[in-house]
Design a protein around this ligand. Sequence first.
Ligand code: ADP
Ligand code: MG
Length: 230
Amino acid sequence: LQEQLRKSDRLNVIGELAAGIAHEIRNPMTALKGFIQLLEPTIKAEHAMYYDVITSELARIDSIINEFLILAKPQEIRFQENDIRQIMREIVDLLSAQAVLYNVQFHTLYEEQLPYVYCEPNQLKKVFINIIKNAIEVMPNGGKITIAINSIKDQLIQISIRDQGTGIPKDKIKKLGEPFYTTKEKGTGLGLMVSYRIIEEHNGSIEVESEEGIGTLFRIKLPLNHLVNS
Ligand code: ADP
Ligand code: MG
C-alpha cells in the first residue's frame, strides 16, 4: 500500500506542478497576444515577417500550454482492479466522431474472459486517447485502426493499436516520448511523453513497430499483478 501511495503522490505532484506552471504562463501570454495584435497596424512592411514569426510562435506556446493543462490536469489518482476493455470502449466512443471526420474506421478485437488489471483508469484513458489520436492524425486519407486486447504469457495484458498511416522512420523511433518531439505543424510533442510516463507508473512497457508507408503498431503491456511486480 505504501508503494501504491508513493506512486499516486508522484503522479499527482508532477501533474500539479505542470498544470501550475502552465497556468502561470497563460496570463502573461494573454497580455502579449493582446498587445502584439494592437501593434499590427504600425508594423512596417519590412518587418512584416518578424511580426508573423512572433504571432505564430505565440500561437505555438498557446497550444503547448493548453495541451499541458489537459494532460497534466490533477485528478484523483486511484489504482484499482479494472476491465481494460471497458476503458477502451469509452475511448473508442469518445473518438468516433473525430474518426468519422478523417474517414477512419475502428476495428476492435477484445479477448473474452480477460482478467482485470490493477490500474488507474483516468490515466490509462489519457494514454489510449493520445495513441489513438496520433493514429488518426497520420491517416489524412482515411484507413483502419485495429485495436486488440488480449492476455499473454507471464501475467501480462497486451493492448495493441495498429494504424495504416505514414509510419515512422527507423532512426526516429527512439525519439518518441522525448518532450517536444513532434513532426506536426501544430503538434506539441507532449502526448507520448505523458503516455510513456503513465505506463511506467503501471510497471508496464510500450513497444513501437513501424514501417514507412505501411503503418505503425503501438504495443502496451501491463502486468496483471502490479503490486507484486512493483
Ligand atoms: P504530437 O502528436 O503533438 O506531435 P506526440 O508525443 O503525440 O506529439 O507524438 C510525437 C511524434 O511521434 C509525432 O509528431 C509523430 O511524428 C510521431 N508519431 C506518434 N504516433 C505516430 C503514429 N501512429 N504514426 C506515425 N508517427 C507517429
Ligand atoms: Mg499526439
